[in-house]
Ligand binder design. Structure first.
Ligand code: AMP
Length: 400
């Protein structure tokens, strides 16, 4: 069964085509960037190792999906004989609020709900919808399935999702914590259980998705109990350009002092803060900050300390939430690749039962692996995330 996975953002469309019947093989994947801006480019590659890169005349998501279809059918680099081979399309959708808490077939009613949920994700849901509508036009008759970032966290109890704000704002405006990266947290929690050879339903797991965006989740028996992101993906740990947890009064103070509008404050918190804002070297990439810290840059070293400390605090908090821990999982760009950041986060946690094996931690590999010592009471795993595959699997499950 061939499944196309689409992740339509504000100016990009990412796609992956899987043959789920042939060991979930990736037939083709790619990315169209800078849609609607000058210099739109497409990267495409297929399972034969052939690649096409270059500027493309793409003005909107519909042009983008049309071009993806053309490439998939291309006589040289294509992987399909007919678009009818695509049996379903899985879409990453950011916000489902309390209205959609599992993968759903995107009929008119479901699309209207996605539209409604856009009030809390104005930078994401409208673009996700445009991707869906483009697929309806180009892949006519093929079912579209929505897989929501928030869905995995919908099991959080009110004590975890309510803010200490007047309750009427929850009732009236749906202001609560929703959490994001849910597809990734669910995927790596299941993969960690598989690596441990135990059912996920019997385990207490903390998943640390540390990428450009970052969040931590506490998962008991396969069910999410709490997660660090909130109403939007701003809350929680320090991220590439997002501040994470901050006293709201600090924001109000800065707004008053600098005369910032709400949109300017939003930009400050989401785009200019986090590692970028703390390190002050014009990069949010942890590789750059680690390199500068190694050369003696004090602000970079301090930014890394703040980053590690915040993650450490969440691990401690979530061990308390779960009443213990069996597996800690690191995933995403930083979690999978930064040997020094993993070590910094875990430093001093031996007493809690988290014993890192430095030699295993230093191994670079794309495979799921254990990096704790053999006698560590709590296992520490590195599990590469694969949100596209998780979306494809959820799509197959629904349409089958
Ligand atoms: P993601 O959002 O999961 O794609 O993660 C992207 C981020 O991962 C980059 O911005 C980097 O900060 C980080 N990253 C990727 N590779 C490394 C590495 N080898 N060492 C440290 N950080 C890395």
């Amino acid at each position: 069964m061939v499944i196309l996975v689409i992740n339509a953002g504000s100016s990009s469309v990412k796609f992956t085509v899987f043959d789920m019947a042939d060991q979930k093989k990736v037939l083709a994947l790619g990315l169209i960037e800078r849609i609607g801006i000058e210099g739109t480019t497409m990267k495409y590659s297929n399972f034969r190792g052939e690649e096409v890169k270059g500027e493309v005349p793409v003005k909107n998501p519909q042009d983008a999906v049309k071009l993806i279809a053309e490439r998939l059918l291309d006589s040289k680099v294509g992987v399909l004989k007919s678009l009818a081979e695509v049996k379903a399309i899985g879409h990453r959708i950011v916000q489902g609020m309390e209205k959609i808490i599992q993968p759903i077939l995107l009929d008119e009613k479901a699309k209207n709900i996605v539209r409604e949920c856009g009030v809390l994700a104005p930078l994401h849901n409208p673009h996700n919808l445009m991707g869906i509508e483009a697929c309806e036009a180009v892949f006519s008759g093929v079912p579209n399935v929505g897989v929501f970032d928030t869905a995995f966290h919908s099991t959080m109890p009110p004590k975890a999702y309510l803010y200490g704000l007047p309750y009427k704002y929850y009732e009236k405006d749906h202001i609560r914590r929703y959490g994001f990266h849910g597809t990734s947290h669910g995927f790596v929690a299941r993969a960690a259980a598989a690596l441990a050879g135990q059912p996920v339903e019997s385990l207490k797991i903390i998943t640390a998705h540390l990428g450009n965006g970052a969040s931590i989740a506490a998962v008991k028996d396969g069910i999410c109990q709490d997660t660090s992101m909130g109403l939007t993906p701003l809350e929680g740990v320090i991220m590439g350009t997002r501040c994470g947890d901050v006293d709201t009064t600090a924001v109000l103070y800065i707004m008053k002092q600098e005369g910032l509008t709400p949109d300017q404050a939003d930009n400050l918190l989401n785009k200019q803060s986090g590692v970028l804002g703390l390190a002050g070297i014009g990069s949010s990439d942890l590789r750059d900050v680690e390199a500068k810290a190694d050369q003696g840059d004090k602000l970079c070293a301090q930014a890394l300390e703040v980053y590690a400390y915040r993650v450490k605090k969440y691990i401690g908090a979530y061990m308390a939430v779960l009443g213990g821990l069996d597996i800690l999982v690191f995933t995403a760009g930083v979690g999978e690749n930064s040997i020094t950041m993993r070590a910094a986060i875990l430093k001093g946690l031996e007493g809690l039962g988290l014993k890192l094996d430095p030699a295993k931690n230093a191994v670079r590999s794309p495979e799921p692996r254990v990096i704790s010592t053999d006698d560590s009471p709590i296992k520490i795993h590195v599990i590469p995330t694969n949100e596209e595959l998780a979306i494809a699997e959820a799509t197959v499950k629904l349409v089958a």
